[in-house]
Design a protein around this ligand. Structure first.
Ligand SMILES: Cc1cc2nc3c(=O)[nH]c(=O)nc-3n(C[C@H](O)[C@H](O)[C@H](O)COP(=O)(O)OP(=O)(O)OC[C@H]3O[C@@H](n4cnc5c(N)ncnc54)[C@H](O)[C@@H]3O)c2cc1C
Length: 437
C-alpha cells in the first residue's frame, strides 16, 4: 500500500493543486497536513507579533474550509502546531509514508525549512517532491535563469508576455481514501496561538472570509454576477466599497485560489462576455505579483533589508512615538490616518492607500521603511512577503524602481482620489469635520 503525506502551505485549495493531485494519483492513501508554525506568531523587535488577529482569523477560516472540503472527499486534514521540519518526518515515519508532496516557496526563511525537511526525509528514504505553484508563469517556462530575471518590471512583462504561456489547471481531486491510524487534531484558536482575536470593523470594504469556496464566490460576484471586471481599470484606484477592485489578494496569498485559475477564468470572461483594457489590466496587475515573486527568489533575504536590492543606503529615523501615531492613524494627516485606521481595524487597505501610507511614513516622517513593512505584515489579511516587502522597497527607492523611489504628495493625492472627503469621513468623521471648518 503506497502512502504519502501532502503538506499544505500557501496552497489551501483542492482545485489546481499540483502537489495534492500528483500525490493522489501516485498513492493509495494520502495524509493531508497543515502545520501552524510558531515562528509565524513570534514577536518582532518592534513589540508586535508577525501575524496579527485579522490575518490569523482569515487563515483559520481558510484551514477550516480546506478541512471541510477534504472531509467531503472522504479524507481529512491533519492539524499540528510546531516546526514542520520536525513534525513531518515523525508523521511520515508513523504512518509509513514513502513520499511527501508540497509547494515550493521562494523566500529565504521558507526555503531554509524546506532544506532542513528534505535532509531529514532523505535520511529516512522518504522522497520529497515540491512544486512551483504560486504564480501565473511557471519558473521553468520563463526565458531566463533566476539570476537573470530582469530587474525592471516592464522588461520582465514584455519578454514574458511574448514568450510564456500560462499552463493549464490541474484537475480537482474529488475523492480520497480515508485514514484512521492518526488523530487529525483540532484547529487551534487565536488564543491557543497567543494572538489576540480581532473582529473586522463593519465599515470595511468587504466581509472577507478565508477559504476556497469564498474565493470562487468572489470571482462569481466580481466577474459574472455584477460584471465589474469590464470597468476594472477605471475603478481600481478608488477607496470605498467592495466593487472598485477584485479584492482577490487575501485568497491568492493563502492559495485558496491559484493565480492560474484566475487567469483561465479571466480568459473565459473575455470569450463569453467582454475583452477590453480592463480585462487586460487585471492580468497586468497579476504580472506584478509574479514579478515580485521572481525577484524575491532572485534576491533572497535582501528583500527584508533596509538597503534593499541595490545596496543604496539613505538615512531613516527610529522615532517610536511617531511610528505609533502612524500605526494607529493619529498622525494628523487625515488621508493617511483614514487609511491607517482601515488597515488597523480590518486588515485591508486599497493599493492607493498603501502607496500613500508607505510614502508618508518613510518620505514625510523619515521613519525606517522596514518598520512600516513589518506593521503591514502583522495587519494585512493578504500579506504576501514578496509583494509586501518589494512594494515597500520600490517606494523607498531600494527595490526595482528605475526612478529611484516614489514620494507621493499627500495633498494632491487626497484632492485627486478623495475630492469630497467621503473616504476620510467614512473612517474619521471628526477629523474630516474639523478640517472643513
Ligand atoms: C506598500 C505596499 C504593500 C503591499 N503589500 C501587499 C501584500 O502584502 N500582499 C499583496 O497581495 N499585495 C500587496 N500590495 C499590492 C496591492 O496593494 C494589493 O495586491 C491590492 O491592493 C489588493 O487588492 P485587490 O485584490 O483588490 O487588487 P486588484 O487591483 O484587484 O489586483 C488584482 C491582483 O493583482 C495583484 N496585485 C495588484 N497590485 C499589485 C502590486 N502592486 N504588487 C503585487 N501584486 C499586485 C494582487 O494579487 C491583486 O489581488 C502592496 C502594495 C503596496 C504599495
Amino acid at each position: 500500500m503506497k502512502k504519502s503525506v501532502v503538506w499544505f502551505r500557501n496552497d489551501l485549495r483542492l482545485r489546481d493543486n499540483e502537489a495534492l493531485y500528483k500525490a493522489a494519483k501516485a498513492s493509495d492513501i494520502v495524509y493531508p497536513v497543515y502545520i501552524f508554525d510558531p515562528r509565524m506568531f513570534r514577536l518582532t523587535e518592534l513589540g508586535f507579533p508577525k501575524t496579527g488577529g485579522h490575518r490569523l482569523k482569515f487563515l483559520l477560516e481558510a484551514v477550516e474550509d480546506l478541512r471541510n472540503s477534504l472531509q467531503a472527499c472522504g479524507s481529512n486534514l491533519v492539524i499540528r502546531v510546531g516546526l514542520p521540519e520536525l513534525i513531518l518526518p515523525e508523521l511520515a515515519a508513523r504512518v509509513g509514508a514513502t513520499a511527501l508532496y508540497c509547494s515550493k516557496e521562494s523566500l529565504s526563511e521558507e526555503q531554509k525549512v524546506e532544506i532542513a525537511l528534505e535532509e531529514k526525509l532523505n535520511q529516512m528514504k522518504v522522497r520529497m517532491d515540491s512544486f512551483w505553484q504560486h504564480t501565473l508563469y511557471h519558473e521553468e517556462d520563463v526565458p531566463w535563469p533566476i539570476r537573470q530575471v530582469p530587474e525592471v518590471f516592464t522588461s520582465f512583462r514584455k519578454e514574458a508576455e511574448k514568450t510564456v504561456q500560462v499552463r493549464a489547471e490541474f484537475p480537482t481531486i474529488t475523492e480520497l481514501q480515508p485514514f484512521t491510524d492518526i488523530d487529525a487534531g483540532k484547529i487551534p484558536s487565536c488564543n491557543d496561538l497567543g494572538i489576540r482575536e480581532e473582529e473586522s470593523d463593519p465599515r470595511g470594504v468587504l466581509h472577507f472570509r478565508g477559504g476556497e469556496k469564498e474565493a470562487w464566490q468572489r470571482i462569481s460576484y466580481y466577474f459574472w454576477e455584477e460584471d465589474l471586471l469590464k470597468n476594472y481599470k477605471f475603478t481600481r484606484n478608488q477607496l470605498l466599497g467592495g466593487d472598485y477592485s477584485s479584492k482577490l489578494s487575501p485568497w491568492l496569498s493563502l492559495g485558496c485560489i491559484s493565480a492560474k485559475s484566475v487567469f483561465h477564468e479571466l480568459k473565459r470572461y473575455e470569450q463569453e462576455r467582454k475583452k477590453n483594457i480592463s480585462t487586460y489590466w487585471l492580468f497586468f496587475e497579476l504580472l506584478w505579483r509574479d514579478f515580485f515573486r521572481f525577484m524575491a527568489k532572485k534576491h533572497g533575504a535582501k528583500i527584508f533589508m533596509i538597503n534593499g536590492l541595490n545596496e543604496y543606503s539613505s538615512e531613516f529615523s527610529e522615532n517610536h512615538g511617531l511610528f505609533e501615531k502612524w500605526k494607529n492613524g493619529e498622525t494628523g494627516e487625515p488621508f493617511i490616518d483614514a487609511n491607517m485606521k482601515e488597515l488597523l481595524l480590518t486588515g485591508y487597505m486599497s493599493n492607493r492607500g498603501r502607496q500613500n501610507a508607505a510614502s508618508y511614513l518613510m518620505h514625510d516622517l523619515g521613519i525606517k521603511w522596514t518598520w512600516g513593512a513589518s506593521w503591514f505584515e502583522n495587519r494585512l489579511i493578504d500579506y504576501d512577503a514578496s509583494s509586501n516587502w518589494l512594494n515597500w522597497a520600490y517606494i523607498a527607492g531600494v527595490g526595482n524602481d528605475p526612478r529611484n523611489g516614489r514620494q507621493f504628495n499627500i495633498e494632491s493625492q487626497t484632492a485627486r482620489y478623495d475630492p469630497r472627503g467621503e473616504y476620510i469621513s467614512h473612517w474619521l468623521a471628526d477629523a474630516a469635520i474639523s478640517k472643513s471648518l
